[in-house]
Ligand binder design. Structure first.
Ligand code: ATP
Ligand code: MG
Length: 725
């Protein structure tokens, strides 16, 4: 009976198709009929068997959703979903072998054989209750008929059921016609459907991209109307849909829809940037590329920081984010290679990749990194790529591949641990990159010795070079002692002044006018300030800032010495550089920079206008403890000398502490300078003291802070009125 009916349908469809062709040929306005049909040979016999088993027990049973859609499109479905009026308990009885993981959503997985392909998800007809979270229905209820079940599904092309026993297609929403017309359309009222579940908007784009279909205008419009519901969808789900769209046959179709409707920007503002729309076709053109390469292409205009922020916001899976960031940083490195395109450049570039892949195992190793980068740069049409490809035989070399270690330098050359070791290893690494044949322990130790001697030599020459008028210079042994003095911060951080050129060069500079600095020499002053800081504070961060606070003096114009005006600002980048070199924490670095830039203001505190004082305080974000650590460092500066303030109490300390407290008060008083008060709100609007009034006053205050012109009684009352609930 079934087969008989099947052949009748087939004949009718052939007839319709024939009529269609005639109509097209002669231009008859006839209604388009669906002419897609199901090739039953593509249906899994086990899926038919599952339907039969349900039917034999008197239940209804249909294939449903994606598999019916795929069959009508002539494709072989990858999995089979069934829907039935049997309750989950009844389904379990029909299929003694089953899993019941999805039971609370009405789904039982029937097991009809040993392989994954023999498992079928069978879901009882369902309708859904209200949605309040924009994603999941608050409740699930079973329905009596298959049409009701289809009404809850997302798209017409996904809302068809097929009974393979009776060869009967249930298509209440015109899914087959939409498949034929290559149209994505929501089931029912799209506004209502997207209001219920924001993720459906993303599915529209994904299916349009997957099949290269158009989207029905009302459905596309509804996406724009319901961005707020999409906002409620978790970033993980959003990103999973976006990634699935990137991996479809025509990502630009889906991305275009999401971009035009504003849905893409819901994921992250960077995705709403018009420049990224130019990248959509680039992704289509690289259909075979990995997900990571596609995403890196999509966002290739972002710099590393922006890219990191966007990926974080999108809650990108860690491994994928790492690869995308790697591709971005690699492109920066590749630009350096482009400048010269030499074998050395290629070696450096490959070594960069190898260093990164060794440092971050999550990237999946050197070969994968290289392959992904080549795909990325090819997609972008990077002009240096052919040159790099001709130099692929250059072998990468990481610092770990060096035939020497810091330990070797310490044991063989008796060098002390400290930043000098890293400097020498870095220099050796650069040498070996230039000439890999140098990568032998003995040769490298020889080279290291030479670096040591050259460094000492250059220091010594400067010591000998001194002129007769350089009154600030100390005697040779005194200067040597200062250069050799070790600064120990605990936790393994210790070094000598001569290890850090920025510090060592202070031996050649005056500390300042002799009245203030009888100790004359800047390195001596620095050394005294460090010792003083250790007496004043237990915090090594303070000692560190004390040591670096005057780095700018060396770099002021020699003509103005010993005055060295402006050394505070000039010193900041040097403090940054030395902090980076030593690898101290960002907190230490920022503190040392603050001290460097502001230590003279601290000494001059009593002359500062209230505005300047406030500016100074604001640098410390209400953190008085940190502020007083700053004042303590300046105290060490004042006292770390042979005369002047040495030995005297640092009066600025109490003064600043008191002003800080008053300053906070001052902030509070600002509020009362508002043109309206809580009393006005009570008189004018009958408000009572309480949280609502507090909120309104806070908003008024914020308004005036941003916009002082608004601080007039009537203006503020008008504004407050708009805030009343
Ligand atoms: P695929 O081949 O990608 O698996 P599919 O159509 O089977 O396509 P699924 O995500 O597996 O897609 O969903 C199965 C069916 O469940 C869909 O065909 C659709 O009928 C329904 N569906 C899935 N997600 C939703 C949703 N968010 N809202 C309404 N119906 C949905
Ligand atoms: Mg599916």
């Amino acid at each position: 009976m079934g087969d008989h009916q099947y052949s009748i349908i087939n004949c009718m469809e052939k007839l319709f198709r024939f009529a269609d062709r005639i109509a097209q040929k002669y231009g008859f306005p006839i209604m388009k009929t669906a002419d897609l049909s199901i090739d039953r040979t593509k249906i899994s016999p086990k899926a038919i068997e599952a339907c039969r088993m349900l039917k034999e027990k008197g239940f209804q049973a249909f294939l449903v959703g994606g598999c019916v859609r795929d069959l009508l499109m002539g494709k072989s479905p990858k999995d089979w979903d069934l829907t039935t009026n049997a309750t989950p308990d009844q389904v379990k009885e029909v299929f003694p072998k089953h899993f019941a993981l999805g039971e609370k959503h009405g789904t039982i997985t029937a097991v009809l054989g040993p392989s994954k392909a023999d498992e079928f998800e069978i879901t009882t007809y369902r309708v859904e209750g209200d949605y309040s979270d924009g994603r999941r229905p608050d409740s699930v209820a079973f329905a009596d008929n298959v049409e009701d079940d289809l009404s809850r599904r997302d798209l017409t092309i996904n809302a068809m059921a097929y009974d393979p026993i009776n060869d009967q297609l249930i298509d209440p929403y015109g899914g087959r016609k939409d498949l034929e017309g290559k149209m994505i359309r929501a089931v029912g009222d799209p506004n209502k459907r997207f209001q219920e579940d924001g993720l459906r908007t993303m599915r529209v784009a994904r299916f349009a991209a997957r099949f290269g279909f158009d989207v029905d205008p009302a459905t596309e419009q509804a996406i724009s109307n319901h961005l707020e519901t999409l906002q409620k969808v978790s970033k993980e789900r959003f990103t999973a849909e976006l990634l699935a769209t990137l991996m479809t046959a025509k990502p630009s179709v889906g991305l275009g829809i999401l971009f035009r409707t504003g849905a893409l920007g819901v994921g992250d503002p960077a995705l709403a940037n018009p420049s990224i729309a130019n990248n959509f076709s680039l992704i289509d053109a690289n259909a075979g590329a990995s997900l990571e390469v596609k995403m890196a292409l999509l966002l290739h205009q972002l710099n590393a920081t922006e890219l990191g922020g966007t990926l974080k916001n999108l809650k990108f899976p860690n491994d994928k984010a790492a690869m995308i960031l790697f591709l971005n940083s690699c492109m920066q490195e590749f630009v350096k290679f482009h400048a010269e395109s030499t074998p050395l450049g290629a070696r450096k570039f490959f070594s960069f990749i190898k260093n990164q892949s060794t440092k971050f195992p999550i990237l999946g190793g050197y070969d994968r990194c290289l392959v992904e980068f080549l795909a990325f740069s090819k997609a972008l049409g990077a002009p240096a790529l052919p040159a790099l490809q001709s130099l692929m035989h250059e072998v990468p070399l990481t610092q770990k591949d060096m035939d020497i270690s810091g330990n070797d330098l310490m044991t063989t050359l008796q060098m002390k641990p400290g930043p000098k070791i890293k400097q020498i290893l870095d220099s050796l690494y650069n040498k070996v990159l230039e000439d890999p044949s140098l990568n032998k322990k003995d040769t490298l130790l020889e080279l290291a010795k030479q670096f040591e001697t050259v460094a000492m030599q250059s220091l010594k020459t400067t010591l000998i070079k001194r002129g007769a008028d350089e009154w600030w210079r100390l005697s040779n042994p005194e200067e040597e002692n200062l250069l050799n003095k070790e600064y120990d911060f605990g936790g393994g951080l210790k070094f000598r002044a001569k290890d850090i050129p920025e510090l060592a060069s202070q031996v050649e500079v005056p500390a300042g006018p002799e009245v203030h600095h009888p100790e004359k020499n800047q390195l001596l002053h620095t050394n005294l300030v460090f010792d003083q800081a250790k007496k004043i504070s237990n915090d090594p961060m303070v000692w560190f800032a004390a040591l670096l606070h005057d780095l700018g003096k060396v770099h002021t114009k020699k003509e103005i010495w010993p005055k060295q005006h402006g050394h505070e600002e000039i010193g900041v980048p040097y403090v940054e550089h030395v902090s980076n070199l030593l690898g101290v924490t960002p907190e230490w670095k920022e503190f040392a920079k603050l001290v460097c830039e502001n230590h003279l203001n601290c000494h001059r505190a009593k002359e500062l206008s209230p505005k300047s004082l406030r500016k100074l305080f604001d640098l410390f974000n209400n953190d008085k403890e940190r502020f007083m650590a700053f004042v303590g460092t300046c105290e060490a500066d004042a006292q770390g000398r042979y005369g002047g303030y040495a030995g005297k109490p640092y009066e600025q300390k109490d003064y600043l502490s008191q002003k800080w407290d008053e300053g906070i008060e001052l902030n509070k008083q600002k509020a009362s300078t508002l043109a309206i008060s809580g009393k006005d709100l009570m008189d004018q609007f009958g408000l009572k003291p309480g949280p609502e009034m507090g909120k309104i006053l806070k908003s008024v205050k914020e308004l005036v802070e941003k916009n002082p012109d608004m601080n007039e009684r009537q203006k503020l009352l008008d504004f407050a009125k708009t805030l009343l609930v």
